[in-house]
Design a protein around this ligand. Structure first.
Ligand SMILES: [Zn+2]
Length: 396
């Protein structure tokens, strides 16, 4: 490898625009891409997502290292020649806050609490570190968060630099592992007085710019603990969303913040009680409806109940069928514009399932059933008189 020229994103991580040149333009898997003389857009790597931006006004959708070059995947082709590159700074700054926040969080967790970081994920909403700790209590999290906050308040400079392999071997660097066959310089990032680590990402210049690392929750995994966090502007935006949600819940539940959970639990218990009562009432109603059908004259009876569902007509038909002997009953209902029906018949009336399919056809619907009850949905109820006549006309 010859003299390595460092990309602008590494030399000037706060730079948001660059006049450069497209040195290669192509298409791969249907996606146009460009390789530039230099770039301020960070290619995905080291757990940090790729930057976005524009190249001559065309959206850069992805940035990846490939065969020693940095490819900018574009929304539309851009020809070779001079080019203006712009960085989506809001997105980048957010990544720098999460990423630098993670450096600090991991360093403090290891040095103050002996919880080593085994993995890191930078997500679109929340990020997480996996700590080598069997479990973490709320008090542990509070102490960790406070210790990180103290280092943010201390406004420590964050300084990247490159060193030779010889220098690297002599330095107290936290993570020693380098890729197999690694050659050239090693890039280090130092948080003054707190951390010295290898990293190729983009970082804030000072811990004060992290603003805050809010520890959100934990999850056990593989003998360790995953700690979810949000840093900087993300933490503040998240707090705003939570405040908005709380305000809406206060109105809906008519309770203050501290009483919201109890108010919600009480409402759910009340709902469950009401549902039980409703089920009992529907049962009594179904029983009464079945008795009324049994008391009616003739071999075939019909009742229509507005505002009831399939379960109800089915129950009425089943109760009726239990005592029906050689009689049949058609129960129909309409609720929310939906028509349902159930056919119940005694043992001596005939095969309820085949009769049910005939009734379903007469009502323009379909259904199924078992034993002495067949239920289904109907397209409409205009066919009810014909269905009843069909049942009446059936030889016992
Ligand atoms: Zn880093």
């Amino acid at each position: 490898m010859g003299e390595e020229r460092l990309p602008a994103y590494e030399l000037e991580p706060y730079r948001t625009s660059l006049a450069t040149t497209v040195v290669e333009a192509g298409v791969e898997a249907g996606k146009p891409f460009a390789v530039l003389e230099d770039t301020i857009l960070y290619p995905e790597g080291g757990g940090q997502p790729p930057d976005r931006g524009t190249l001559n006004g065309v959206a850069v959708l992805d940035v990846q290292k490939k065969d020693g070059a940095i490819r900018h995947v574009l929304a539309a082709p851009v020809g070779p020649g001079p080019a203006d590159l712009c960085l989506d700074w809001e997105r980048r700054f957010d990544h720098m806050q999460q990423h630098t926040g993670q450096h600090l969080l991991s360093a403090v967790a290891q040095d103050r609490f002996r919880w080593e970081t085994t993995a890191f994920h930078l997500g679109p909403e929340v990020s997480d570190v996996e700590l080598a700790a069997a479990s973490l209590s709320a008090a542990d999290l509070a102490r960790l968060e406070e210790a990180v906050a103290a280092e943010i308040r201390a406004a420590r400079p964050v300084v990247p630099r490159r060193v030779s392999l010889e220098e690297f071997r002599a330095l107290p660097v936290r993570t020693r592992g380098l890729p197999e066959g690694f050659s050239g310089d090693v890039r280090l990032v130092e948080i003054a007085g707190v951390d010295l680590n290898t990293c190729g990402g983009t970082h804030l210049a000072n811990t004060a710019e992290i603003e805050v690392v809010a520890l959100l929750s934990t999850e056990s995994l593989r003998g360790g603990t995953r700690v979810f966090f949000a840093a900087g502007g993300r933490a503040r935006r998240r707090l705003k969303r939570h405040e908005g949600r709380n305000a809406a819940l206060r109105v809906v539940l008519g309770a203050a913040d501290e009483a919201l959970l109890d108010a919600a639990k009480t409402r759910l218990e009340q709902l469950s009680e009401v549902q039980k009562k409703l089920r009992r009432a529907e049962d009594s109603l179904a029983e009464a409806a079945a008795e009324a059908l049994l008391a009616a004259e003739g071999r075939v009876a019909h009742t229509h109940r507005d505002g009831h569902d399939m379960a109800f007509v089915q129950t009425v038909a089943r109760r009726f069928a239990e005592k029906a002997g050689a009689r049949a009953a058609l129960v129909t209902a309409t609720a929310g514009g939906q028509h349902v029906f159930a056919l119940g018949a005694g043992e001596a009336f005939g095969d309820v399932q085949s009769l049910g399919r005939e009734i379903a056809a007469l009502l323009g619907g379909k259904g199924g059933g078992s034993g002495r009850v067949f239920q289904g949905k109907a397209a409409g109820l205009d066919g009810v008189p014909r269905a009843l006549a069909h049942l009446e006309g059936r030889e016992p």
